[in-house]
Design a protein around this ligand. Structure first.
Ligand code: 6PG
Length: 469
């Protein structure tokens, strides 16, 4: 293996890593992979074909030596302790100004810790969220890098070449210092949880209220994907409804257990939103629903105890229109919550995020890509200080025109015992955010009553306490 020859190194040759490095090589950069597992190394070598373009080894010394200085090494390994152990194994071989990139879903405070540890050794560290799954890694993901701005110029050309493009613009941009990239990817995943929950609630109500079969669901989601709901998650849902296993006449979706797993990024989004004091109720409840889904046996037992009536039938076309409006409304609420969280995090952690840029790099390649992101990018471009997407003039008509459909659908779910927590929390978020007066004056009075916590008043300035009893 030639020394100081390859432009880019990649550690972790699982499916994501292998696909990413093949993508890099396709774009004309010479790339070398490293993995302890010789099977993975051999898989890349045979898939890569020409070793002068892409090569791989299980020898860390040869791997690092094969890279041109300053070395650019990306890790695509599972988040957590493995990242630290890969860093430790690389460190003795690295030189000043080399660049390490963590492409996994690492928790942002871990990235901050690693960045300061490595900068004390004159090594640059980037936390770069990569979205788009295995296929995205191969043909063009959305990449969310954060770290040293001056070192970014060393990796910019490679990232821009491998990223997805939207109307010619690459879906990657320098997002901010330290853990900005990982943070943005975490919120991306929180939004992903919200959109997934919403699309599954709509599927539930369409099946239960109008008995749409999988073929009809395939058609309807497909039609929505050609309209204002155009998005990766609606598109793949349409595909999913039509999938049958070879030789089987039963749609695969009907054979899949209704328990959703999670690796934690949605939960982190909710937890951190709570820390920041930013409401993201659609995301919160999407995490809760994955937890409830895991309680399959308890749910089955409870269903026997509390049997449900048959839902009142609704005419298919009417329900389809209501569902489309409610889904569009709730998608807006989910993005609004995620963007609000990002704007607050930007202040709290000094990320200096540009929300228009973030919306732009989400327009293609990533899991939450959707036609709506173009409108969101324009809204933040027109007003970078926008406090909440709900306040953008370009969004008021979109919201007002879908509000009735959302209310009707949520009311139907409540009356007919179909759980629609993502949709109803999106609606409640909107109703609360747009209420000039909420009943939380009573909470203040209660706090003062039992704990002398004081309250503020509408009619005069200051803090007040009352002897209530
Ligand atoms: C992406 C995905 C990706 C991963 C999710 C799955 O953007 O490509 O978000 O990172 O598939 O993290 O998350 P859960 O296992 O938590 O659903």
């Amino acid at each position: 293996m030639k020394e100081s020859y390859y432009d880019f190194g990649l550690v972790g040759l699982g499916v994501m890593g292998r696909n990413f490095i093949l993508n890099v090589a396709d774009k004309g950069f010479k790339a070398c992979g490293y993995d302890l597992d010789t099977k993975q190394v051999n898989a890349l070598v045979s898939e890569g074909g020409d070793p002068s373009k892409v090569n791989a080894t299980d020898d860390i010394t040869k791997f690092v030596a094969s890279l041109q200085a300053p070395r650019k090494i990306m890790m695509l390994v599972p988040a957590g302790k493995i990242v630290d152990s890969v860093i430790e194994s690389l460190l003795p071989h690295l030189d000043k100004n080399d660049i390490l990139i963590d492409g996994g879903n690492s928790y942002f405070t871990d990235t901050d810790r690693r960045e300061s540890y490595l900068s004390s050794r004159d090594i640059y560290f980037f936390g770069a969220g990569v979205s788009g799954g295995a296929k995205g890694a191969r043909i063009g993901p959305s990449i969310m890098p954060g770290g040293s701005k001056s070192a970014y110029k060393e990796v910019k050309a490679i990232f821009e070449a491998v990223a997805a493009t939207f109307e010619g613009e690459p879906c990657v941009a320098y997002l901010g210092p330290k853990s900005a990239g990982n943070y943005v990817k975490m919120v991306h995943n929180g939004i992903e949880y919200g959109l997934m929950q919403l699309t599954s609630e709509i599927y539930d109500v369409l099946k239960k209220a109008a008995e749409l079969n999988n073929e009809e669901l395939h058609e309807l989601y497909g039609a929505w994907n050609r309209g204002r709901l155009q998005s990766f998650l609606v598109e793949i849902s349409s595909d999913i409804f039509s999938k049958k296993e070879d030789g089987d006449s039963k749609p695969l979706i009907d054979l899949i257990l209704d328990k959703a797993k999670q690796k934690g990024t949605g939960k982190w989004t909710s937890q951190n939103a709570m820390d920041l004091g930013i409401p993201v109720p659609t995301i919160d409840v999407s995490v809760s629903m994955r937890e409830i889904s895991a309680l399959k046996e308890q749910r089955m037992a409870a269903e026997k105890l509390y049997p449900k009536k048959m839902p009142e039938p609704v005419e298919k076309e009417k329900l389809g229109q209501m569902a489309e409006g409610a889904l569009y409304f709730s998608f807006i609420m989910t993005y609004a919550q995620g963007m609000h969280q990002l704007s607050e995090a930007s202040k709290e952690y000094s990320y200096e995020l540009d929300l228009a840029t973030i919306a732009k790099i989400w327009r293609a390649g990533c899991i939450i890509r959707a036609g709506l992101l173009e409108d969101i990018a324009i809204a933040y471009q027109n007003d970078p200080e926008l406090e909440n997407l709900l306040m953008a003039s370009s969004f008021t008509d979109k919201i007002k025109s879908t509000l009735d459909a959302t209310r009707e659908l949520v009311a139907y779910g409540v009356t007919n015992a179909i759980p629609l927590p993502g949709l109803s929390n999106s609606l409640a978020y909107f109703d609360a955010y747009s209420s000039g007066r909420l009943p939380l004056n009573l909470i203040q009075a209660q706090r003062d009553y039992f704990g002398s916590h004081t309250y503020e008043r509408l009619d005069k300035e200051g803090s007040f306490h009352t002897e209530w009893e």
